[in-house]
Design a binder for this molecule. Sequence first.
Ligand SMILES: Cc1cc2nc3c(=O)[nH]c(=O)nc-3n(C[C@H](O)[C@H](O)[C@H](O)COP(=O)(O)OP(=O)(O)OC[C@H]3O[C@@H](n4cnc5c(N)ncnc54)[C@H](O)[C@@H]3O)c2cc1C
Length: 413
Amino acid sequence: MKGHCVVIGAGIVGSSCAWHLQRKGLHVTLIDPELPGQSCSYGNASCIATSGVVPTSWPGMVKKVPGWLLDPLGPVRVRPWDFPALVPWFWKFWRACNMQRLEEIAGAQALLMHRVLGDFDTILEETGSSNLKRSPGAIHVFDTEKEYLADRWQFDLIKRLGFDSHRLGADDLNSMVPQLKLEKGVALLMPQWHHLLDPARVTRRIAEDCFHNGGNWIQDRVTKIDANKAGVKVQMKSGNTVEADQVVVAAGAWSNAIAEQLDYKVPLIAERGYHSQISNPGIELDHPVMSLSRHFVMTPLQEGLRLAGTAEFASLDAKPDFRRAKVLLKQASYYLDGLETRDVTEWMGHRPATPDSLPVISGSPGHSNVFYAFGHGHYGLTQGPTTGRIIADMVTETELNLDMSAFRFDRFA
Ligand SMILES: Cc1cc2nc3c(=O)[nH]c(=O)nc-3n(C[C@H](O)[C@H](O)[C@H](O)COP(=O)(O)OP(=O)(O)OC[C@H]3O[C@@H](n4cnc5c(N)ncnc54)[C@H](O)[C@@H]3O)c2cc1C
């Protein structure tokens, strides 16, 4: 099937969808009010986190939440006045907090995760961006042996699903990250992790490559959409309209505003995260270091050291609370000898989060020419190029050879 396909949203997910659709021979129009890669895909921790299969709803996590919530600057926060609107989502999240769902979700994530490296390498190579990827793995740390032992089941689970981790001895750790202070802690090397030096630039290059090869770019906000058997009509804030044969909704945390006009809303919220980026940190890391005790990541990027993390549940239009970004500087100073914390920029972004941590990568239940690609939560950068390839196969009715039932739009109904 050929034709004209509109992609709504130019984050890593939408840009990858547009790129793959165009390579399949469709005429593509990508629409976003922002330039490509300027929303959540801009400020993330930049890790290609291949082993990230454990959902946020892991059993046992619920016990930790009350302690976290007591600290307004702790790793998790729910803004009290936004809580009532979030209750239905949290109810579904709670329903996913059991071992059976954990196994099902992790197994489904692994299906995608085993494909992400191949898909990333292809898209980076074809867009002249391979120089923006680094591949020495990432290091995960726990502050104490006790904390590691409590979470060791996660490393056993990912091993069963085909992802490695190696506990590092003091000498190895010291030679890999000499600046890291971890006296009583535990460090693990995650050899299948990679990172990008600039996730926004990678996203932009993917979109630009699509435009360079004939794709159409419209910088505008989609306000109204109609679909029927004859095609799709998209209206924008400027008053302009575009008509197409198919549409892919890849508007990240904002996707429900479009989905409810075409089908219905799904449980999708903004799980907000923050970063502080230090342009002259005074030290150089070769690997991202992720603290599983303090729930944040320190990633060496082209423009400096990025400290990213925290989960803040709030409405889509709530103002950022940049104290949460500042806390990350304190946390990083705990680990890194000689860290300079001047020249810092702060950022907040909206992770598109579903209660089961799985993205929606799916055809629409009501329209054969509508497709959805959103809800990638903590792993949208990692899974963007793979999602793009799968969506392009779905739109062109190409055999997938992959069970995508766990990612269906109508799974929450
Ligand atoms: C602190 C933090 C750290 C993270 N670290 C990692 C990591 O290390 N690895 C990883 O894999 N993931 C990570 N993530 C998650 C990852 O960044 C997201 O999952 C991913 O960026 C989502 O991509 P997206 O394209 O779906 O959404 P976005 O990048 O948010 O793009 C959606 C786009 O849709 C557009 N849009 C919205 N409404 C409309 C409309 N009506 N019309 C047209 N366009 C519209 C928006 O303007 C936006 O540009 C992190 C996230 C955070 C917050």
